[in-house]
Design a protein around this ligand. Sequence first.
Ligand code: ZN
Length: 135
Amino acid sequence: MNKIEHLGIAVKDLEASNTLFHKLLGVSHYKIEEVALEGVKTSFFQTGESKIELLEATNSDSAITKFIEKRGEGLHHVAFEVADIQAEIKRLKGEGFTILNETPKRGADNKWVVFLHPKSINGVLIELCQEIESP
Ligand code: ZN
C-alpha cells in the first residue's frame, strides 16, 4: 500500500459540513460527486497532501444511513492508495481479512474501490483505492 489516500467521514448534512470543513481547513471542497449505486453524495477536500471525503446518504438503504443510525456521525473509513488492487485483494485474502467486494467497484473521485470488513480490522472500515486509468 502506498499511503493513506483519504479519510472518509459520515455526515448528516453535506452542505453544513462543507461549510464547517471549509472553516476548519481554510479551503473549499474541490468536488461534489454522487455515487448513485452506493446511495451517497460525497465532497472532497484537499489539505496539503491529504484528502478528506465527506459522505452524506441519499437514501435510507445507504450504508451511510445505517452507519449514522448505529454510531452517529464521524470517521467512517480509512482509504489506502494501492498500485495493483487485484494483487492487494489476493494478498489480503491470503492474510485472512474479509473482503466486502472482491470485484472492485467504481467509487468517487475516479477510483476503483474495495472495502475490507471492519470486524477483521479492529472495527475500522478500510478502503483500498486505485486510480482508474483513462484510455
Ligand atoms: Zn472513500
